[in-house]
Design a protein around this ligand. Sequence first.
Ligand code: CP
Ligand code: NVA
Length: 323
Amino acid sequence: MPSNTARKIAEPPPVLSLASGQMRKDQDISVRELRSMLDLAHDMKEHPERYAAALRGRYLALLFEKPSLRTRLTFELSIQQLGGGAVTTVGPIGEREPVKDVARNLARWVNCIVARTFAQQTVDDLAEWSGVPVVNALSDLYHPCQIFADAAALERHFGRLAGLKLAFVGDGNNVAHSLMLTLTRLGVSFAIANPAGYDPNPAIVAEARKLATAHGTKVTLTHDPEEAVRGSDAVYTDVWASMGQEHEAFERNLHFEPYRVNEALMHKAKKNAVFMHCLPAKRGQETTDGVMESKHSIVFDQAEYRLHAQKALLLMLLEGSNS
Ligand code: CP
Ligand code: NVA
């Protein structure tokens, strides 16, 4: 055999369609579809050229009621790198005209709507009235696209997801909700340590616990950061005041002070545990500059995978097949 025989390039993974036809919240994607999305995301990272024309002639409308760096730019780049295009608006949705009218206008022009909203209801209404796939780009309740990237970054780092344990230290917020709803179905146990009064939504916890039981994982709630972090493979945090809660920041800072992810807390996790953050981060509040910059930090791998995972999601929503 010639010594320069090219390494066999694996076939691209199949592109499954999402049976729900929507990505309004984590529960809209099945475990089989999640697995397929992760395989596709990894392939897109390695072989972007395979997908350069996959969504030629397809257009997205991106609607942002809240600020964004990562989500907005990675969705714009995602569709461009797949051969399509995007238009973006920033500002309230449903103020100048009702959401149901916005939805029916957009449906005449684009193939998919990506929306970052305050109320989850706005995402649901856009889906109901437009009839095109709607992607939740963060609402007050969920941030599924973030967790798709997180799962891919974790899998890339550890070579697997099954059997991992992730500890979230901080507010029981949208990111925490999506982590517990999605990672637990991929074999990752989830523990959250939050201050009293800042618990995750009880209905979402109940649902996540049901999903976790069905997939052999666990959801643990505590107010003790060390208890959550002990034995974990990943320690995750997020801002103490989410977008829309800025007016509560002073009071929140007082309650969250013992929940900072610093070097001492990271030492309670497993030796090779990684530090994760969806970003943007407030150094000196939920974490320290030292932890952010440490060799354990995979925050920019998470940010990178926003692009690959969202490309995979868009392809599945707009071109996937069930065969
Ligand atoms: N993590 C994340 O969603 O970042 P942006 O708010 O910048 O989009
Ligand atoms: N929980 C944060 C996430 C930002 C990406 C927020 O909603 O502001």
